[in-house]
Design a protein around this ligand. Sequence first.
Ligand SMILES: Nc1ncnc2c1ncn2[C@@H]1O[C@H](COP(=O)(O)OP(=O)(O)OP(=O)(O)O)[C@@H](O)[C@H]1O
Ligand SMILES: [Mg+2]
Length: 398
Amino acid sequence: MGERPKDTRAAGTAAIELVGIAKRFVSKRGTVTAVERVDLTIGEGEFFSLLGPSGCGKTTTLRMIGGFEEPTQGQILLYGNDVVGVPPNRRDVNMVFQSYALFPHMSVFDNVAFGLERKGVQKAEARTRVGEMLDLVQLDGKADRRPKELSGGQQQRVALARALVNRPRALLLDEPLAALDLKLRQAMQLELKRIQREVGITFIFVTHDQNEALTMSDRLVVMNAGRIEQLGAPREVYERPRTRFVAGFIGTSNLLTGTVRSLDGGTAVLDTGADESIVVPGAAEAGAAVGSPLDVTVRPEKIVLSAQRPDAGRCAVRGRVTEVVYLGTSTQYAVTALDGSELLVFLQNAADSDDIANRNDDVWLSWRAEHCLPLGEPLSGASGPVDVTKDPSLVAAS
Ligand SMILES: Nc1ncnc2c1ncn2[C@@H]1O[C@H](COP(=O)(O)OP(=O)(O)OP(=O)(O)O)[C@@H](O)[C@H]1O
Ligand SMILES: [Mg+2]
């Protein structure tokens, strides 16, 4: 391994850098690759999420940052220092587990004070610091209660206070809201954001809930099978999914496949086999080649339905409506295109809109070319080197 390129750091101080991290668990039953390869730079003060389906390696990645697991390969830098081999309590990070792990026989106060006592912090100072933390998580009146006398959300706040009282530089949170019901969960999402703003430290947040990741994060990675599929700000990842997996995992996506008929200045014209053509800007960058198949995606809310052929400037395909579902503020139309693709369209129910189409109607679906996104290979992974020119926050181990 040579030197890491210097121009690939996230802006500002890097709090955490993962360089070519991999983790394999070896047992009598065989080898499990939990993390295939992860390269990542997380900035100081960021709210950063690891998002992905069950088993994709989120917890393993977080546990390696926290020091509860050692990587099989790669480097972990916390504030520039290589911490591989350094035990969890000597790293400047704290972890909040899904199962709170509070001491049931201790009061809220003692639960929060526990770590400070073990560190030998003076009683008076500990008292002040615990008080501040209970204030921060809005549990100041509940210091004497036992955990079982608290709601799930309140217990989660105690777990947070207990981690934050140690003044870590980064907090690692593994699905901390998973046990809460939807309403409480949403309230705690806002709480967590407020707390992170107030304490100003880096939060690394693990979730398999896309809404949670999209609403809370400054940036996030989408993980799949131990690899990073995409990294970016929530809007970027939602608006410009770069792989088939991300398009399918985040929000609802329509997938279309065609053959590249021509490539001009990076823009492809795609044959869908139904005497229609689809224009795909940015296709060359996604690896499109003339004569080869290319997957593209269009979000359901970017598509317009019409009975007549739309303006020549729009990309359009024909199809037949197979389902109309009224959803209150919007209506969802399922359409089978001439080439057999199933497409979904969401249309807002505006004050002046009548029924746009009914079941079995023949319709045109159209969209602006810029809303048709080419899908390619994941940025990082075993399949090839990371292209750092495309994403400055990914660090290539060269
Ligand atoms: N100690 C271990 N020994 C063997 N295999 C493990 C171990 N820990 C995790 N794995 C395997 O590694 C893979 C990744 O696990 P991990 O817990 O990181 O997933 P996750 O993304 O956190 O999933 P979830 O959303 O279900 O919590 C899984 O296939 C899991 O079975
Ligand atoms: Mg997990």
